[in-house]
Design a protein around this ligand. Structure first.
Ligand SMILES: Cc1ncc(COP(=O)(O)O)c(C=O)c1O
Length: 382
């Protein structure tokens, strides 16, 4: 049996998405900037797709800029706001549990003379709104807080964060790559200025994403070239990717999310009952419908991952992007989990294709693999 439980890293492209994309490679392949019919047909599709994405977050179409994915959107949001508003101030607030696309961009900005405050999180991964309020100074130009964490699935109260930013007249960016379509994003109600989105986490193609930028926001482009995407993102638009992204959004279905949530809770309950000395990381209530992150004490996550892989079960340790690093996850460390314990954590992320049979198969083998590894561990039951 093959069980792909790494949908937080990327997802299988839906057949409907593939079908929607093909004509834009084989027939309507014009450049959307060209004046001829081939180009204008591509342009019309581009604008239709923009409308679909905008509608999904209650934005206006002209507020959506297509990018190459979540990483580029995060870079454009942070650098673009920082460079355009440095006369007003050079202070940015973010959290200790952001994706590297945000943390590493913040490090870049620190090297460029900006000051960055990294907010703490509690043991479930929530920021403290009072700490956020206290961190704001006259110099603060931007607050960037991840909506749903990619490692532990904790969903922040972005409406309250947005309100604080609005009251202080500060731009608010949220990395919504993991939460998009799975939770409600309403940019008006939640006072969001910028939101990063990506297609490949929602059964769309890789290499396409978007940045929502509220009308009137002062932002600078970070790449020079053509004047595509409202002069904010140079480069010929990836029409097949954009069409696939819009189709993935269009077919995202609340019923699928409810089913994933049920399977998620079934898996958590079964692991907690059947495998001793485990701990669910993150919040039980405010959690992404497809995220399970569990620490198996007294073992190394990497060793468990390899054993599971041998049986056709794909999972990850830490975040997709840091899973090749042997340092413990910065997210788990920020949540107060000791490094030795954090090393034994595994992330299982479900999709609409995940079945109960796959989860039963995984749990059965998990029990065996955890026991084998613990029997080899000098720390187990000493
Ligand atoms: C929260 C978050 N932000 C950003 C990214 C990067 O997105 P992309 O792979 O589209 O560049 C990811 C991908 O893992 C993510 O989970």
């Amino acid at each position: 049996m093959k069980c792909y439980l790494d949908n937080g890293a990327t997802t299988k492209v839906d057949q409907e998405v593939v079908k929607a994309m093909l004509p834009y490679m084989e027939e309507t392949y014009g450049n959307a900037s060209s004046l001829h019919k081939f180009g204008q047909d591509a342009k019309a599709t581009l604008e239709e797709s923009r409308e679909t994405i905008a509608k999904a977050i209650k934005a206006q179409p002209e507020e959506i800029i297509f990018t190459s994915g979540g990483t580029e959107s995060d870079n454009l949001a942070l650098k673009g706001i920082a460079f355009a508003n440095k006369d007003k101030g050079r202070h940015i607030i973010t959290t200790k549990i952001e994706h590297h696309a945000v943390t590493k961009t913040c490090k870049f900005l620190e090297n460029d003379g900006f000051k960055v405050t990294y907010l703490d999180v509690d043991k479930e991964g929530f920021i403290d709104l009072d700490q956020l309020k206290k961190a704001i100074t006259k110099e603060t130009i931007l607050v960037s807080v991840i909506h749903a964490n990619n490692e532990v699935g904790t969903i922040q109260d972005i409406e309250k964060i947005g309100k604080i930013c609005k009251d202080h007249n500060i731009y608010f960016h949220t990395d919504a790559v993991q939460s998009f379509t799975k939770t409600i994003i309403d940019v008006e109600k939640q006072n969001i200025t910028l939101a990063s989105l990506s297609a490949h986490k929602i059964h769309g193609p890789k290499g396409i994403g978007a940045l929502y930028i509220k009308k009137g926001t002062k932002i600078k482009k970070i790449m020079d070239g053509g004047s595509q995407e409202n002069k904010l993102r140079a480069g010929t638009e990836n029409i097949p990717g954009i069409v696939g992204f819009a189709k993935a959004v269009e077919i995202a279905n609340q019923e699928n999310f409810k089913n994933m949530q049920m399977l998620r809770d079934y898996f958590i309950e079964k692991v907690e009952k059947e495998i001793p000395e485990t701990n669910l990381n993150g919040s039980k209530k405010q959690r992404l419908c497809n995220n399970i992150n569990i620490t198996f004490k007294y073992i190394e996550g990497e060793a468990l991952l390899i054993k599971l892989d041998d049986k056709g079960i794909a999972v990850s340790t830490g975040s997709a992007c840091s899973s090749k690093e042997l340092r413990p996850s910065h997210v788990l460390i920020a949540m107060g989990i000791p490094p030795s314990v954090a090393h034994g954590s595994i992330r299982f992320t479900l999709s609409k294709y995940t079945t109960k049979e796959e989860l039963d198969y995984t749990i059965n083998y998990l029990k065996e693999a955890v026991k084998e590894l613990r029997d080899m561990s000098p720390l187990w039951r000493k």
